[in-house]
Each structure stands twice: as structure tokens, then as C-alpha cells.
Design a protein around this ligand. Structure first.
Ligand SMILES: *[C@@H]1O[C@H](CO)[C@@H](O)[C@H](O)[C@H]1NC(C)=O
Ligand SMILES: *[C@@H]1O[C@H](CO)[C@@H](O)[C@H](O)[C@H]1NC(C)=O
Ligand SMILES: *[C@@H]1O[C@H](CO)[C@@H](O)[C@H](O)[C@H]1NC(C)=O
Length: 194
């Protein structure tokens, strides 16, 4: 009898997710992450992300990083308040893109009792209805003034790069990267001019 009660208690304890959280995001674009990212997510969690972009837009998803325990740790996407899943994602889905049909979606991330992985970093963008997604130009215009003098910012693949000429004998190079995705980076040649 005692054993039965104990067993029941154990089952009840384990069936309730240890972490259950609702996250609401209202923005035209952004990135949302699994808990602890880029460290592994926890077992036995249920996260709900409610994402809303401006009206007359739809949500476009880029899975910048997505690794979960295949079949057991699952991200379910409900497009536009539907009660049936639009996409069910699990395993390695890094790099995939999904165009939803409406400006709001619910993302439910549930994990089982064992096995974890890095989880996900998902970029969402608001795209005008009937328009298609175009990758934004990440190379900003050259030269603006900062507290260190004139600065140029480079990102993406600046293939038509003209030489950068400084006004003094010192040049600072500041290289900043975000939490996800890497690339081969850069090599640069410098010389002094009298
Ligand atoms: C999250 O939202 C669902 C549905 O609205 C609700 O049932 C649940 O209690 C909420 N969980 C938390 C932790 O607020
Ligand atoms: C999601 O968030 C939006 C905006 O805050 C809200 O109108 C909507 O009711 C939420 N949906 C759910 C299922 O909680
Ligand atoms: C998108 O296209 C459909 C069919 O051509 C049209 O009925 C609808 O009004 C358009 N929506 C917007 C926001 O332009």
C-alpha cells in the first residue's frame, strides 16, 4: 500500500514539467532561444513562446541553430492560433526556413525526462503579406563619426571593399560576434603611407 502511494507520488512528480514558462514577444523581428542556450536545455520542461509581428505581415523563420534529442524533445509550431500543429521539429534542423501564413504563432518546446542538447536559436522576421523574404544587406554604409574618430563597419561579404585610409597613425579593429553561427572571418592587409 505504501509502495503504491510512493509510486503514484513519483509518477505525479515526474509528469509535471519542472520548468513551465510562457514567453510573449511582440516585435517586427528578433531571435528567441531555448532555455540556457548555448548550453544544453533541461529535461522535463515546457516552454511556450507566443510571437506576434505587426498586422498585414507574416512570420518568416530562420533556424540559425537547432539541435534537440530527436523524437523526444520537440518544438511544435501553431501558425495563427491554429489548434493543430503546423510544424513539428525535432533533431537537427539547423539552417531550415519556414514561412508561416499569419502574424502570430505559438511555439511549444517540450522535453522528456532524459537526454538534452544545445537547443535552438530561431530568428523571426515580419514579411509583408504577399511579399517574399529577401536577405537583408548587412554591409552598412561606410564611415561615421564616433568617439574614436571616423569608423567604418563591415559585416556580411563586403566584396567591393575599397581600401580604408585612416587620418592618423593608429587604427582600432574591433571584431564582435553574436551567440550563433560562425564564418571563416577575415584577413586584412595594412601598410603605412607617408
Ligand atoms: C501558460 O499559458 C497557458 C495557457 O494560457 C496556461 O495554462 C499556463 O498556466 C501558463 N503557464 C505559466 C507558467 O504561466
Ligand atoms: C499571444 O500574444 C498576443 C499579443 O500579446 C495575444 O493577443 C494573444 O492572445 C496571445 N495568444 C495566446 C494563445 O496566448
Ligand atoms: C494578398 O494577395 C491576395 C490574393 O492575390 C489578396 O486577396 C490580398 O488582399 C493580398 N493581401 C495584401 C495584404 O496585400
Amino acid at each position: 500500500m505504501h509502495q503504491t502511494v510512493l509510486l503514484l507520488a513519483l509518477i505525479l512528480t515526474y509528469s509535471v514539467p519542472v520548468i513551465s514558462q510562457n514567453v510573449t514577444i511582440t516585435a517586427p523581428s528578433g531571435v528567441f532561444y531555448s532555455p540556457n542556450y548555448p548550453s544544453d536545455y533541461d529535461n522535463n520542461i515546457k516552454m511556450t513562446y507566443n510571437i506576434t509581428v505587426p498586422e498585414d505581415h507574416y512570420i518568416y523563420l530562420t533556424l540559425m541553430d537547432f539541435v534537440t534529442e530527436a523524437y523526444f524533445d520537440v518544438l511544435t509550431i501553431y501558425d495563427g492560433g491554429n489548434s493543430t500543429p503546423t510544424y513539428i521539429l525535432s533533431g537537427d534542423c539547423t539552417g531550415q526556413n519556414y514561412a508561416l501564413s499569419s502574424n502570430t504563432a505559438i511555439f511549444e518546446f517540450t522535453t522528456d525526462l532524459t537526454g538534452t542538447a544545445k537547443g535552438f536559436a530561431i530568428q523571426f522576421d515580419a514579411i509583408e503579406m504577399n511579399a517574399s523574404y529577401i536577405i537583408s544587406d548587412t554591409c552598412p554604409p561606410p564611415l561615421y563619426n564616433s568617439d574614436k574618430g571616423f569608423v567604418t563597419r563591415l559585416s556580411g561579404d563586403p566584396s567591393n571593399l575599397t581600401p580604408i585610409v585612416t587620418t592618423g597613425s593608429v587604427m582600432y579593429i574591433n571584431f564582435v560576434t553574436d551567440l550563433v553561427n560562425t564564418a571563416s572571418g577575415f584577413s586584412a592587409f595594412y601598410q603605412s603611407i607617408q
